[in-house]
Design a protein around this ligand. Structure first.
Ligand code: AMP
Ligand code: MG
Length: 413
């Protein structure tokens, strides 16, 4: 029997990042960068106005106030997307819109609210007034977004291994990156085993249950940006399991559920042994003890336990880091909180992952309550849980008030 840490280390040693592929930026959401990204140009690419107003030399309006405004001739008009035809003549102002390129010579923008708005008002499509009253002094740089003040050309903006969400896609678009290099999506074959299983659409008959693990694992795999390939349900026979596994030879990872506990191990073990072997079986944890790992046809293989909670917890603890490693994403530090146990808990001395609900107290303390029955067959408490409270090996009694780590659910990559 392996400890959780030994098992994880052994398992992870079988995985390394998949090769990269180039995808259009519009298809890059949820993917993992295979290369660090450096800015090809400054962002913003040129000094521009942060507001609608009048571009000036700050020195020309140094004496302006509401009581003693400064009158300047308007020497130009710069809508966003255009550029000034000539430098700003001294002692003049140019009307400028937010985002428009600052004329040479100008060093500040007076907000339209601090002018008389020009004789014709401040409408973009109306011609600019001949002159404008400036009612406030501005210092150099006021109302100006300098070139490169957001991102400098050449700066590292995203490191490889970074998962691409909305902000990351935004900065790549802003830098003109129409395509990016990302790791190939791992394809994960998923097989449910058990004579008692029916697909969710089949009416229940006596002694049968619906297969929960197949679709639950497909979802867990998709959540990580990987591609599930559901192989269906195999009955408890070596021949049936083997022939389904044959169909998984092209995938990057194989997950099967059930048939790995003491009484039932032989079916999955024998089927895997025909084209590979199991290198690890049984981990000192609860739920999830019967976990098996090996290879089939050269593809890494997890034999996950059949109980739906055990299957999803072992996915979380072992399969998720393995998939993150295949993706080239950070896999060592999963999101944790530290919570105070709100009701006494017991363990049998294995490392225990207890389904808990977290409640923030008014004084800031985070309390962990049991999310319901901790039976590994009871999926409702997993549905109710915010995370898994981790009771270390060797601990059997956890008194109220004990501080323990909680592995949080539903975090993005
Ligand atoms: P086993 O590992 O085959 O002994 O299965 C352990 C328990 O998990 C049994 O109660 C099975 O009926 C149940 N089980 C196995 N596979 C599934 C599945 N795909 N969906 C729901 N329950 C399952
Ligand atoms: Mg079974």
């Amino acid at each position: 029997m392996y400890s959780v840490d030994e098992a994880l280390e052994r398992i992870l040693s079988h995985f390394s990042p998949l090769p990269a592929e180039t995808v259009p930026l519009e298809e890059a959401f949820g993917r993992v960068l295979a290369q660090p990204i450096r800015a090809a140009h400054d962002l913003p690419p040129f000094a521009n106005s942060a507001l609608d107003g009048y571009a000036v030399r700050a020195a020309d309006v140094a004496t302006a106030s509401a009581e003693q405004p400064v009158l300047l001739p308007v020497s130009g008009d710069i809508p966003a997307g255009s550029f000034p035809q000539a430098p700003l003549p001294p002692q003049t102002a140019m009307r400028i819109m937010t985002g428009a390129l600052l004329p040479e010579g100008a060093d500040a923008v007076v907000p339209v609210e601090q002018t008389d708005e020009g004789a014709s008002g401040f409408a973009m499509n109306a011609p600019p007034p001949a002159q404008v009253l400036i009612r406030a002094a501005v210092s150099a740089g006021h109302g100006v977004r300098q070139a490169g003040e957001d991102v400098r050309a050449g700066a590292l903006v995203l490191d490889s291994g970074r998962s691409l969400g909305a902000a990351e896609i935004g900065i790549l678009a802003g830098l003109g990156m129409a395509q990016v290099s990302v790791t190939r999506r791992p394809v994960v074959a998923i097989l449910s085993t058990g004579d008692e299983l029916l697909p969710p659409h089949a009416p229940l008959t006596r002694g049968k249950i619906h297969d929960m693990n197949g679709l639950a694992l497909c979802a867990a795999v998709q959540r990580l940006g990987c591609v599930p390939r559901f192989l269906g349900i195999a009955p408890d026979s070596v021949e049936a399991v083997y022939s389904r596994l044959e169909a998984a030879a092209e995938s990057d990872l194989i997950l099967s559920t059930a048939g790995v506990s003491v009484g039932a191990l032989d079916v999955v073990k024998e089927a895997v042994a025909r084209r590979g072997s199991l290198s690890l079986w049984r981990v000192n944890m609860r739920p999830g003890k019967p976990l098996a790992f090996g290879t089939f046809g050269g593809v890494p293989f997890f034999g996950l336990p059949g109980n739906p909670v055990s299957a999803l917890v072992t996915f979380e603890i072992f399969v998720r880091p393995a998939l993150l490693k295949l993706l080239g994403a950070p896999h060592a530090n999963m999101p944790h909180a530290v919570a105070e146990v709100a009701e006494a808990m017991h363990s049998d001395g294995r490392r225990t992952f207890a389904r808990v609900k977290l409640r923030r107290q008014p004084d800031g303390r985070l309390l962990a309550h049991s999310a319901g029955t901790q039976s590994s067959g009871a999926i409702s408490s997993l549905v109710n849980a915010d995370g898994l409270l981790i009771i270390p090996e060797g601990v059997t009694e956890v008194p109220v008030g004990t501080q323990l780590p909680v592995r949080l659910f539903d975090q993005p990559l």
